[in-house]
Design a protein around this ligand. Structure first.
Ligand code: ADP
Length: 483
């Protein structure tokens, strides 16, 4: 154990304050785990409309910030709250930018001024450190929304003694979202225009915030070992393979954990009946409640599958639609919770039936109930940087059927019916045929009571907590500082 570090976690979403996906889960859980390891952790995110000021007892700080955005100076207010006692959170308030219905734009769309909004936020992160006198050893940035912070630190703030010892980590949660903006946005950032070149903040003619983070951060991490290898290949890299390969010795894969203070069937306030590996009986009541909720015709012993997902191509929704049309609902029922691309939403909305339950939207309590009450979760992702939902599902004894990519490859061990070891079913190569075969295997195990009990127990007792992952982050932070 070395001396405690000052660690700033900067992100555009943090659970429980604001969430659209796994990024929020990670940025809500990692700070707590680092705090438990003895570090001084500060979290920073924008103050969106969805953040309830009175519920979280947020207080404005007396000092304001003033951020140059293009030729203007934009004022911001900082609010202080906490994630848990001992982990303070700073919220950057700027009504014009963040007092909106959505975080980034309506489903499937982006706000046209996202470049400006996150230019403001990335520089506010730095100014907030000064206002709060929090001198970070490490600023851990997350995804494109924070990609410019390392650029500012290496350029406009390069000689600022306040940040003399500060090092930056950029954590990649999904290369598919890069914050690519027209070059006309460059003056808004007030960065030297000489940075706009392929070795700097430019990518194929655009001002690219994710690439900026990849180029200017001291160390890079991503959210699973397998994904850290995959993204070095052009077919998985969304045109970032050049920069990633040039920095591959600086790139570390650290598999996410899940937050057991949020996801634990023994103390989950949302579910019908609590249960655990030692007392798994409550899961039956959760299944019955879920079938009732979706008005599914309860046929004795039919397996219940689920998906809790963003409805995007990445998540393999096309494959599930084909499976629904061809075979999936013959022997199983399915409930799906999610929102996203209109064509996916439309497909499921119009096929609701006694075999298929559908809720289009984002609903956290329902997500818990679905994971608790289902037998299987489907995650046939085209690519999956880590994936948290499969780990949440397993904690509730819900068996994953997944593609063998990214974090799914690292967290879902294929079940072996001869040894009784493993956690779920994985298919590869990516095709309807192989997906269908794995579903058949899964249903065969389901119908064998002894095998099924073993498999569910394996899931219930698997450990995906944050402790180990947080220790790996700590190791990478120390290594960064030692360089
Ligand atoms: P991604 O971040 O790519 O969307 P992850 O599996 O890493 O996927 O994380 C998704 C997170 O969002 C999980 O916590 C999951 O439970 C939650 N989630 C996804 N869709 C919904 C939804 N429609 N309603 C509530 N929670 C959801």
């Amino acid at each position: 154990m070395g001396s405690p570090l000052n660690i700033l976690i900067a992100a555009s979403e943090v659970h429980p304050f604001a969430k659209t996906g796994g990024l929020a889960d990670v940025c809500g859980a990692l700070p707590k785990a680092l705090h438990h390891l003895g570090h001084n952790v500060l979290v920073i995110l924008p103050l969106y409309r969805c953040v309830n000021i009175s519920q979280y007892d947020l207080r404005p700080l007396p000092q304001t910030i003033s951020i140059p955005v293009g030729p203007k100076k934009i004022e911001g207010i900082l609010y202080e709250g906490e994630l848990i006692p001992g982990v303070p959170v700073i919220f950057v308030a700027q009504e014009k930018y963040f007092d909106r219905e959505h975080l980034y734009g309506p489903p499937g769309k982006a706000y046209p001024d996202n470049a400006e909004r996150f230019i403001f936020f990335t520089r506010a992160i730095i100014e907030a450190c000064k206002v709060t006198q929090f001198k970070p050893d490490i600023i851990n940035c997350n995804d494109w929304q924070t990609g410019l912070t390392p650029v500012y630190l290496k350029t406009l703030y390069a000689y600022d003694s306040f940040f003399r010892k500060t090092r930056t980590i950029f954590s990649l949660h999904n290369l598919g979202y890069q914050g690519e903006f027209d070059r006309n946005n460059m003056p808004l950032a007030n960065l030297p225009f000489s940075l706009f070149n392929p070795a700097g903040v430019e990518s194929f003619g655009d001002f690219n915030f994710l690439k900026s983070g990849l180029v200017y951060s001291d160390i890079l991490t991503t959210v699973s070992k397998t994904y850290s290898q995959e993204i070095l290949q052009p077919e998985h890299a969304f045109r970032m393979d050049g920069i990633l390969n040039s920095r591959k010795t600086d790139l570390f894969g650290i598999t996410n954990g899940i937050d057991y203070s949020e996801w634990d069937p023994q103390r989950d306030p949302w579910i019908k009946e609590k249960f655990s590996a030692a007392k798994p009986q409550g899961k039956t009541a959760c299944k019955r409640a879920l079938l009732d909720h979706f008005n599914l015709k309860s046929q004795r012993d039919q397996p219940l599958m689920c998906m809790v997902t963003r409805m995007t191509t990445q998540k393999g929704i096309d494959l599930v639609m084909a499976a629904v049309e061809q075979f999936l609902l013959k022997d199983a029922q399915l409930v799906i919770l999610g929102s996203g691309d209109a064509r996916f939403e439309e497909f499921f909305r119009t096929r609701k039936s006694k075999q298929l339950g559908v809720f289009i939207g984002f609903d956290e309590p329902l997500a818990h109930r679905i994971l608790a009450g289902s037998d299987f979760i489907l995650m046939p992702s085209v690519y999956e940087p880590c994936g948290l939902t499969q780990m949440q599902a397993m904690k509730y004894g819900t068996v994953p059927i997944t593609s063998a990519v990214g974090g799914l490859e690292d967290t879902v061990v294929q079940y072996n019916y001869k040894t009784g070891e493993g956690l779920g079913f994985k298919f590869s190569p990516y095709s309807l045929e192989f997906f269908s075969k794995r579903v058949t295997d899964a249903l065969t195990v389901y119908r064998d009571a002894g095998q099924w009990q073993t498999l569910v127990q394996n899931c219930l007792t698997a450990d995906f907590g944050w402790d180990r992952s947080a220790q790996e982050y700590e190791r990478v932070y120390r290594l960064t500082l030692a360089r």
